[in-house]
Design a binder for this molecule. Sequence first.
Ligand SMILES: Cc1ncc(COP(=O)(O)O)c(C=O)c1O
Length: 407
Amino acid sequence: MNPYLNDFPVLGEKRDGKRLVYLDNAATTQKPLSVIQAVDEYYRRSNANPHRGLYELSIRATKMYEDARESVRAFINAGKACEVLFTRNASESLNLVAYSYGMNFIHEGDEIALPVSEHHSNLLPWQMVAKAKGAKLVYLYPDSCGRLPERELNKIGPKTALVAVAHVSNVLGTVYPVQEIVRRAHAVGAVVVLDCAQSIPHYPVDVKKLDVDFAAFSGHKMLAPMGIGVLYGKEELLNQMPPFLTGGEMIEYVSEQNATFAPLPQKFEAGTQNVGGAVGLSAAIDYMKKVGYDTIIKTEEDLLAYALDGMAKIPHVTVYGDTKAGEQRCGVISFNVDGVHPHDVSSILDSDGVAIRAGHHCAQPLMKYLGVNATCRASLYFYNTREDIDVFLASLKKVRGWLGLGT
Ligand SMILES: Cc1ncc(COP(=O)(O)O)c(C=O)c1O
């Protein structure tokens, strides 16, 4: 019995007598009771507009919001709390960097290097910048195991001004060699934008150790509510960047024709902020600390190896990327079943209570590179069990038979 299962109310749900086997954790994770209760408690007792009121309730809401910022700072080992900006999600964080840094510090002839596996959220903002500024997008192509070979890393060169890279690919599950990428990027004066959306739920992210210039992630993929995200940025860079969104709370002084802006982090937090979300994120961090990354990694490694072994024994199933568990491989398994559309695979699995994702996973350039339009994706978290994998494998075995195809 997984000791954490009971902390997640939805995982105890049954439909038509079937237990939910939730294997779509890369899309969003389920929420533990402690997070649900922290948000509930905030709205019951402490809700007010932060940074705006001089009365006790608003001061309390402000303190809870800023305490959450400090909790994120410590969790990612940022030097200062002002380097932690709250956003809606990883997509908004990455757009902030593209609009505010990219549009001002990327110039004609510069190169922006990125793996072809990037999620659209860390690709489209750079397409936009490249088009607007006359820069060039240089893609790095993974090998058949999903890794970036030396010849691709060598594309980070003298013209590179920015490298955008996911810590973990949301399709292949590859853990990219961030420290090596940062070393190469900094050697040529480029900045590194790290998309941690798929890594921070599973691996520690130490922004100081990694020495990345920016790091983005979403709360909802790490047990927190939807609608809260984080952008970490080095203070000296954030200070040079203009605001992304303008409006309330991000100003110092406004006259009819001009404005000066608040210091960090308020400069990048226009409008009323999601205090409930920040409180939920802080509770999620507390929960993750209680479980511990060691347990998360160990549990997921076991489940990944078990799932990959089982899938290798099912005929007509192709797994993309590395087919073996290991240090450079996270528990995201993209696969196809010969002759069956991924949407049909997903629907058939759903009839057994198994929730997986099917589609292009917001990574269409990678799909084209892999020679497919779509894949199925099973993604694991520490609250999954070997029993979950057994139900998944049994259901997967039935897929072709269901459709009258040879098994
Ligand atoms: C690697 C990666 N980056 C960015 C995102 C975007 O996250 P969000 O939709 O929360 O902004 C996702 C979401 O699936 C992702 O997997």
